[in-house]
Unconditional design. Structure first.
Length: 152
């Protein structure tokens, strides 16, 4: 069966090495939507992918490139007609930073969350989805401190 027939939302990082924008563009040209970005380290790298017509979905990692650079990537992606779904394979501060970033984006934005639940979390309840949504902490900074019993 051809991948296009699978009606995937997207195929993430479909070639190796992940910086091969021509290879990813070739996959996209088959009709399969492509996503990449968790390994990119700069706005210029995203620009090269956008100019190559390689991506349907940009996935910048706020934990890797920072908030300011991620916001620039989001703006550039929009200019190229590319959707942004920030990468988030984190459980601590990176998770909280990505959660705040997604909450600040206009419209309904998918939030990447690993399908791994721990019996307890220092940042509960913000790490536990309820009805398909995750609460966003509202305190200063990342919005919450770890539960005191987690601090040694």
């Amino acid at each position: 069966m051809a991948l296009a027939e699978c009606r995937l939302r997207w195929l993430e990082e479909p070639v190796w090495p992940p910086e091969d924008h021509a290879g990813i563009a070739a996959v996209r040209n088959t009709g399969v939507k492509t996503a990449a970005g968790e390994n990119m380290i700069s706005l210029l790298e995203f620009r090269d992918f956008f100019q190559a017509g390689a991506l349907d979905v940009a996935q910048p990692s706020v934990a890797k490139i920072g908030l300011t650079e991620t916001l620039k990537v989001i703006a550039l992606a929009e200019a190229f007609g590319v959707t942004t779904v920030p990468h988030c394979a984190y459980f601590g501060s990176g998770y909280l930073a990505a959660l705040h970033l997604v909450a600040s984006m206009p419209g309904d934005v998918l939030f990447e969350r690993l399908f791994l639940d721990f019996p307890a979390s220092p940042f509960a309840p913000f790490t536990t989805p309820v009805g398909g949504t995750v609460a966003v902490p509202q305190a200063p900074g990342l919005g919450c401190d770890p539960a005191p019993e987690w601090i040694l």
